[in-house]
Write a protein that binds this ligand. Structure first.
Ligand SMILES: [Zn+2]
Length: 300
């Protein structure tokens, strides 16, 4: 799918932008949730659902997830990591076999393996898409994720990982519903950090050559995942520069008019003073001045 088409769709389905600051006065207890940053989804050639070739969105997600995880662990803030893991005899429809228990596919990517031995981190294997459901003990009904939120007195949840429109979206949706029903006290806010999220790429022309497979254009599906999560209660998106600098969330404007879209699509690095024209963060990113990311925030 061409970039102008995706830009038009983004204009019709805007995701609001903001900044999340995690330091400063009045910091809420913040927990980090890493979703499936495992070899089976992230490491080139690792399995049926791993990228076949180097993937920029996924490698950037891994890099940013590792950076955030290190920051949280240095601060001794709670970290919870889901690892997609399946019994070899129990397939997960409609997906091909992946992340089989005991294989390297079901392990954290090499850059995150240190997390296994970090006392700050809780690792949870899950055999389903939705990590909230995957945290339920099949024998006694307890939920290790709910316990983690309660035991750490978490009020703000920062969510990163893969896939934006599948495991991340389902988890965020369940968490918001559980919070609304009072299961997740004292949790107040859920924030999705878009640049530390990614999804897989399966263009239409390739999907058409495969049996029982539907297209999954990466950039569009990533955006739709963010948009859907926002629709479940998200109010903001944020940039990363200030991620760990303080806790406030500031609003940024979404694209709201064709003229804004024009600026975004056609301004180039050669255009001087573009930021003074109020151009969008995406343009600034093209100019190499600032990386834009998106977050959602969902309020009670
Ligand atoms: Zn799975």
């Amino acid at each position: 799918m061409g970039e102008p088409t995706i830009d038009l769709l983004k204009m019709e389905l805007p995701v609001e932008e903001g900044r999340l600051h995690l330091n400063g006065d009045g910091v809420k207890t913040t927990g980090l949730v890493l979703i499936d940053v495992v070899n089976g989804f992230c490491t080139v050639g690792a399995g049926n659902l791993a990228p076949k070739v180097a993937d920029k969105q996924i490698s950037e997600m891994v890099e940013e997830s590792v950076r955030i995880a290190r920051l949280f662990c240095e601060k001794k803030w709670p970290v919870f990591a889901f690892l997609d893991t399946h019994h070899p005899d129990i397939p997960e429809h409609p997906y091909p076999p992946h992340c089989i228990l005991g294989t390297d596919e079901a392990n954290l990517v090499p850059a995150l393996q240190w997390l296994e031995n970090d006392p700050n981190a809780t690792l949870q294997r899950k055999d389903c898409i939705d990590g909230f459901l995957g945290s339920i003990d099949k024998h006694d009904g307890s939920n290790v994720f709910v316990d983690w939120v309660r035991n750490n007195d978490i009020k703000l949840l920062l969510v990163v990982g893969i896939c934006t429109d599948i495991c991340v979206l389902d988890f965020v949706s369940s968490v918001l519903s559980a919070r609304n029903r009072g299961f997740l006290s004292p949790l107040e806010d859920v924030v999705v950090y878009s640049r530390a999220c990614a999804t897989y790429d399966l263009p239409l022309h390739i999907a058409n050559t495969l049996k029982d497979t539907i297209a999954h254009p990466q950039e569009l599906m990533h955006h739709i995942g963010l948009y859907m999560a926002q629709g479940r209660g998200a109010k903001e998106t944020v940039r990363s520069r200030q991620l760990i600098s303080s806790r406030r969330i500031e609003k940024q404007r979404p694209i709201r008019s064709p003229s804004e879209l024009f600026k975004r699509m056609f301004l180039t690095p050669a255009v001087k003073g573009a930021s003074k024209l109020g151009v969008l963060p995406e343009v600034q990113e093209r100019r190499g001045e600032e990386k834009n990311i998106m977050f959602f925030q969902a309020h009670v």
